[in-house]
Design a protein around this ligand. Structure first.
Ligand code: FEO
Length: 395
């Protein structure tokens, strides 16, 4: 078993989970994931930062055994979600004198989620410091990363931040550290889109809060560790900003080819006007890729066929997910294809409650798109071009 000492006295004791294909029974994991846990040895105290998913509990316990850990003084629970907290009961069983350090809210959640008791906790305040002997932990409360109870832990002497899910990526790879950020950026962006984007305003505040702290390492709870923290911080600053790109994301379903023709025609018209287009056929494509493009697209187009007078159920799903993720798109529009009757546009429009976007007039096409329909799609492309120009995306 390889045990990695990431800085003097700080050991990586997490696990890879490359075979996991879904997270929360929702998020596709094309590159698997990791559950990162870290052991810190001060001259007086030994601390475990987060645990691992219960599926990997034996690996964590045997790593601690290999390191000869006989006593743990504290287990830091930065976040209550079970992929990090789920092995707490086994850790406390093996190290019964360990106290869990967490925010008050996290302690409350953990007592509801796991067989742990309030007297096993010590709540830590925002900015509180705890000395381990030669090493000091500082706790930074950071709610809504992506649950309300979260905090970040900073190891002061080592200038190492343990931010739990923040700055994470679902990426199971052999290297513990990021070697080439361009190879990790896509996974980190996908992770941001799926997990952090709905809390963009809060994340922006947390970036501001940690701005003055000096980091040599950022060691998140999923994916590789950053030796150049500015890579991921810079990417997050861009993603959480209000800036959008000259890009249209089209999410669609096509049953008999009409919506496909509509999307192809619209895509060509938009491309001819110098606008980047990313289209996703919801029934075939990875919804995580769609989420990732929603991070910075200026415009969202939802194109649906009609099923039993409403939108296609897979488009209801995609619209529901897109709305949950609260993308910062500035414009949105709906296209519906129908055979004899329908309220697909009205039903999808009513779902866009979280979008702070200007909704452009919808387009309705009966059957296969004819010449008039193609003219309507040209007019829609002109409208999108005009809107992108109006916010300075095209000169
Ligand atoms: Fe990786 Fe929110 O747990």
């Amino acid at each position: 078993m390889t045990l990695h000492e990431i800085t003097l006295g700080v050991f990586y004791v997490g696990n890879k989970h490359p075979e996991r294909v879904l997270f929360d029974e929702l998020i596709p994991l094309p590159d698997g994931t990791t559950y990162n846990s870290y052991l810190i040895r001060g001259s007086d105290k030994t601390v475990l930062i987060d645990t691992v998913d219960p599926e990997k509990k034996d690996e964590l316990l045997s790593k601690l055994e290999s390191l000869g850990v006989e006593n743990i003084d504290y287990v830091v629970a930065n976040h209550a979600e079970q992929d990090h907290s789920g092995t707490l009961p086994e850790i406390l069983e093996k190290y019964p004198t360990a106290k869990i350090l967490a925010t008050e809210k996290c302690a409350e959640f953990l007592c509801e989620l796991l067989p742990v008791k309030p007297d096993q906790f010590r709540a830590v305040a925002d900015g509180e410091e705890i000395s381990l002997g030669g090493k000091t932990l500082k706790f930074i409360h950071a709610p809504w990363v992506h649950w309300p109870e979260t905090m970040l832990t900073y190891l002061m002497e080592d200038k190492t931040l343990f931010p739990c899910d923040l700055f994470g990526s679902h990426l199971s790879q052999d290297e513990l550290f990021v070697k080439d950020f361009s190879k990790v950026e896509k996974s980190a962006k996908r992770y941001y889109a799926e997990i952090m984007m709905p809390f963009r305003a809060m994340i922006k505040g947390h970036l501001e809060k940690i701005k003055s702290i000096e980091f040599d390492l950022i060691a998140p709870s999923h994916g590789p560790i950053y030796k150049n923290p500015q890579d991921i911080i810079g990417a997050y600053q861009k993603w959480v900003s209000d800036e959008v790109e000259n890009k249209v994301v089209i999410a669609y379903v096509s049953m008999h080819g009409s919506t496909q023709k509509i999307v192809e025609h619209l895509s060509k018209e938009l491309a001819d006007r110098g606008i980047e287009v990313k289209s996703f056929r919801i029934t075939q494509d990875d919804i995580g890729e769609l989420a990732m493009e929603l991070v910075d697209a200026a415009t969202i187009v939802l194109a649906t066929p009609t099923v039993l007078v409403g939108p296609h159920p897979q488009m209801v799903y995609a619209t529901y997910v897109a709305n949950l993720l609260r993308p910062k798109a500035r414009f949105a529009t709906i296209i519906a294809s129908y055979g004899w009757a329908g309220q697909a546009v009205e039903k999808l429009s009513a779902m866009l409650t979280n979008l702070n976007a200007e909704v452009l007039p919808s387009t309705v096409v009966r059957g296969s798109p004819n010449e008039d329909d193609c003219s309507a799609l040209c007019a829609l492309s002109d409208k999108i071009l005009e809107k992108h120009k109006s916010i300075g995306l095209i000169k």
